[in-house]
Design a protein around this ligand. Sequence first.
Ligand SMILES: [Zn+2]
Length: 223
Amino acid sequence: MKLKNSINLLFFGPQGSGKGTQTELLAKKFGFLHVSSGNTLRSIAKTKTPLGRYLKHQLSNGSLTPIDKLMEVFEAYMKRTPKTKNILFDGYARQITETRIFLRKLKKFGRQIDLAVLIDISPIESVKRLGKRGVCDKCGKNIILGGKLKVGGKCPACSGKIIQRKDDTPAGIRKRLSLYRKRTLPVVNFFKSHGKIVRINGEQSVEAVHRDVVKVIKKRGLI
Ligand SMILES: [Zn+2]
């Protein structure tokens, strides 16, 4: 299977939806360029430029990057990207004002979103999945909790203590989820009104979700 030239897909989904895994799989299978807002920010943050230094400080704070900086990085990145490349955008649907700015910038590069893919899971499933996420407070390794691997237990890699991020406690997750719903619902409605959204059931195995995504892209004539 070969993709047509310059296909642009936008991926989004709530915390714990497995969006990261799915974008990686798809990028690998079809040779998409995976443009994740997080990755592009982190790569610029490593450079010794004023913007790089600003972002490094900002990312270490854990605060949301302002839209103008996000777009500055995005534009620099797109300038280096060949026009015929198929791209999978990830992390540009955080809220409708940002998405609109993103789409305008994209247009400047002669591109438009062909399909917005929402990998969806219920809030209950989100809480369940994220509640299983632990982290080592010494080496920072992510740990899936279960059996001996529990909060307060020992990290298998370095014997450090397993803790849970504040964000990943049930109360923290619920707060993030309600914010997510509030912010992304207008984005969903926007793409819906343009007939460019598809919702994939994320409460299936990784393989089944991947199969559904591929099926949809085929059906839309994008492959
Ligand atoms: Zn450790």
